[in-house]
Design a protein around this ligand. Structure first.
Ligand SMILES: Nc1nc2c(ncn2[C@@H]2O[C@H](COP(=O)(O)OP(=O)(O)OP(=O)(O)O)[C@@H](O)[C@H]2O)c(=O)[nH]1
Ligand SMILES: [Mg+2]
Length: 432
């Protein structure tokens, strides 16, 4: 089922009901914040929320998620409010989804399905489109029987009887084939990306990371005076954009990345590998947070956890609290300052605190990188080509028997370079 596809057919926003659970572990106010976030997702997908229902249950019912009675109530509320769809805050098992559809006769979608839909409608580049399609197919595969009953009903098939097993088996094979084609395509795109990246190696790479909608793209725009799409929607950014950013003493490459969210479908994380590589390969992370959100620390934990999942949690990280202009209570800011004395406090949209941030970035560059000028014997072409591959070269001049070269290089790479010199290869070397 596709939320956004249905949207395109009619100009009326699809009316939906949201539902979720609270328990001794997730208090009611938390669950209701989660539904607010789910509402943002629905709005982003072009839908309109006409009601929200929470049920107190320790764990979801294995066959219908909500208890049967509650599900009946939700279905009648949906009819009363003219809603044609129920959105579940948790992921439904294929069995739950099938049962709920049967009982309510309403369209249903779960959190992962909704996020996948949004990603699909926002993907622009070949890479993002391929990554989303792969995630969608991986999501559909175990749910194939349900999608089939859905299709046969849509096309006015008789009763709810699905097609024979053999048809489903055939489809499963077709989808499986398509998945391997997409994986191959992504590998090819990955190789292209790696070639394009050659030559940027000597420059410090910083990735902007953070929860969705915290202002990462706005910060990229503010720092580099460019116009990347920034808007009050979730997942405005799907593709990573890289911008060169010159400070007084150094140059860095700043990349904007896809925002994280609670319960990001794991298929998405897997298939967005090449987009997330931008984070994995960065030297430094700027973890951007929304200081004006009451859930700021919870979002921080989600981001930390997601970074761990992509093996990027031990990188040097600058904490950046954005949207300070929108914080009503000064005590909130004071509290954050006390708890995170190293953090930088900014407002990307008002341009507050940006020079402070710039300074922190420069300091970081100074600790990790050095600028040096060398005179190297042309005999040692191995060392010279290593410099061209892994450093940013500012200046070079060939003499009869040596090259004069100035470059910026990461300290660990400099150490590796120094090991390559035989006696007399290095005529002179000076930090600049
Ligand atoms: N009040 C206030 N709003 C801001 C600030 N920075 C960004 N915003 C707003 O926050 C919203 C989200 O900004 P984006 O830059 O798109 O956020 P993002 O983190 O890139 O979001 P995704 O790409 O969707 O993950 C937009 O409506 C911005 O105008 C700020 O400093 N103060
Ligand atoms: Mg963005």
């Amino acid at each position: 089922m596709s939320f956004t596809e249905d949207q395109k057919k009619s100009n009326q926003p699809e009316k939906v009901l949201l539902t979720g659970l609270y328990s001794s572990e997730i208090p009611q106010y938390k669950a209701s914040e989660y539904l607010d976030e789910l509402e943002m997702l629905v709005n982003t997908a072009g839908g309109e929320v006409v009601g929200k229902v929470l049920q107190n249950r320790e764990r979801p019912d294995v066959s219908t998620y909500l208890g049967r009675g509650k599900l009946g109530e939700v279905a009648s509320l949906a009819r009363e409010k003219n809603a044609g769809m129920i959105v579940f805050d948790d992921d439904l098992s294929p069995t739950q989804a099938r049962n709920i559809e049967k009982e309510t006769k309403l369209k249903i979608i779960d959190r992962s399905g909704l996020i996948l839909d949004i990603f699909a409608s926002r993907a622009q580049t070949a890479a993002a489109k391929t990554q989303v399609e792969l995630a969608q197919l991986q999501y559909i595969l175990p749910r194939l029987t349900r999608f089939w009953t859905h299709l046969s009903r849509q096309s006015g098939g008789i009763g709810t009887k699905g097609p024979g097993e053999t048809q489903i088996e055939t489809d499963r094979r077709i989808i499986g084939k398509r998945i391997s084609v997409l994986k191959e395509k992504l590998e090819k795109l990955d190789r292209q990306r790696k070639t394009q990246r050659k030559g940027r190696d000597g420059i410090m790479r910083i990735a902007l990371v953070g929860y969705t909608n915290v202002g990462k793209s706005s910060l990229l725009n503010a720092l580099t005076h460019t116009e990347v799409l920034a808007e009050n929607k979730l997942f405005a950014t799907l593709d990573s954009t890289v911008r060169r950013f010159d400070t007084e003493s150094t140059t860095v490459l700043l990349s904007d990345t896809v925002g994280f969210i609670r319960k990001l479908p794991h298929h998405l994380v897997d298939s967005f590998k090449s987009t997330l590589d931008e984070i994995r390969e960065a030297d430094v992370l700027l973890h951007v947070m929304d200081a004006s959100s009451p859930s700021v620390l919870e979002y921080k934990a989600v981001v930390d956890e997601t970074l761990k999942g992509i093996e990027s949690s031990d990188k040097p990280t600058l904490l950046v609290f954005n949207k300070t202009d929108a914080v009503k209570d000064p005590e909130v800011l004071a509290g954050l300052r006390r708890e995170f004395p190293e953090a930088v406090f900014i407002s990307a949209s008002r341009g507050i605190g940006l020079s402070d941030l710039q300074l922190k970035i420069e300091q970081q560059a100074l600790t990790d990188y050095v600028k040096t000028e060398m005179n190297i014997s042309l005999q040692n072409f191995k060392a010279i080509s290593y410099i061209f591959d892994s450093a940013e070269v500012f200046y070079k001049k060939y003499h009869d028997e040596h090259i004069e070269i100035s470059f910026r290089i990461r300290k660990d790479k400099l150490a590796k370079l120094e090991e390559m010199f035989a006696p007399n290869d290095l005529i002179s070397s000076e930090l600049i």
